[in-house]
Design a protein around this ligand. Sequence first.
Ligand code: TRP
Length: 458
Amino acid sequence: MDGKTIAKRESWASRIGFILAAAGSAIGLGNIWKFPYLAGQGGGAAFVFVYLLAVAFIGLTVMLAEFAIGRAAGLDAIGSFKKLAPRTFWWVTGAFGVLAAFMILSFYGVVGGWSIAYIFKMLFGSLANLSGEEYSNIFVNFITGTTEPILWQLVFMGLTIGIVVAGIQGGIEKWNKILMPAIFVIILLLIIRGITLEGAMAGIEFYLKPDFSKIDGSVILAALGQAFFSLSLGMGTMITYASYFSKEDNLVSSALTVVGLDTLAAFLAGFAIFPAVFATGLAPDAGPGLVFITLPGVFDRMPLGTLFGVAFFILLTFAALTSAISILECVVAFVKDQWGWTRRNAAFIIGGIITLVGMVCSLSMGVWSGFTVPFPAHGNLNFFDLMDVISSKVLLTGGALLICLFIGFYWKVENAISELSNDNKLSFSWLPVWGFVVKYIAPITILFVILNGFGIIG
Ligand code: TRP
């Protein structure tokens, strides 16, 4: 790395642009697809309650850690560690992240494709007037098909690559500024529709009135894992995004805003879904099929359902897209900063390879489903699930653990605090508490999540 390349490095045009981009990264399939189904399976409000605690204590802590590292170094996820810890092996932390980004985007692009496909399926009536079982068959036949899901995946990845090619200000920032407000408007519309349906109250109660007896070890660990995924932590995405920050920006208030927006989006997504699910007499605990199998049935039964259904899948697609951009940017920034590639080549070539791996994920649901690999505590996994499990259960949590240990025991809490407070120009009296959490509490908690992922505890 020479000084010239650093001087020419892109940056965010405005603070609001950064906030929306970071929130765009955080708010994704994790919020609109995964959070509601986990809440639906984890007893509703009880899960929501534990999730909020996980976000406030561990999620925010790791977000601040990534912001401090990214802005202090001003480089990609791997380069940042090489710069702050020269001639050590700490760069492996970033390598975990870049590898995780690669794997996550491969299957994320497939699900993004399903989401676009469902906009059209809703629009053209192929999801109207069916029985519950038929909704399930349509979904399963679609995702196990050969060409159709791959074509939609190509559309989704094409959009993602196109935006990343256009760069930080002209692509990522610009599109997040358009898509993020649209996401919130659509969620609010869906909430209003849901709570004005007859019988919505049962859903509101399920979602807001916690039954604390439902909380056990597995709910706590699921909530923690979900907090990492939803806040885009552990992969260096936030290190990369924070590297485009200026030295005057307020990292702490930015982190609070991003965490707040992400949590609000997840919370509102559940609020848009559960009242409607209960009002139409369907079950909230369908798991991963909740938005693709249960919801089309919900829309079919409500007045103006097609309209709201189309809006829902547009919302899901926007959310997935703004996250996919950030995941690709994490890898692109690495090959750009470290290997000197142009943004354009990096986005096309890396994006292209990820798309190819994604096709294997897609095919592994159907024609290649016979090929499976055993994984501890998860049974035999097809390629799609293998990518998901290795990245979110091993690499993201491992990455987050190393990030905390790096700050606590190598770079030192004092340095991180002076970065977060802009060399003590801003004062936050609670930063020492953050230092304690990042050094001791967070690593221990994350270790539990990892051991649970391998089936060793829980
Ligand atoms: N947070 C996104 C979601 O909720 C997914 C995501 C984007 C992500 N970037 C990430 C997850 C980095 C982990 C790490 O869907």
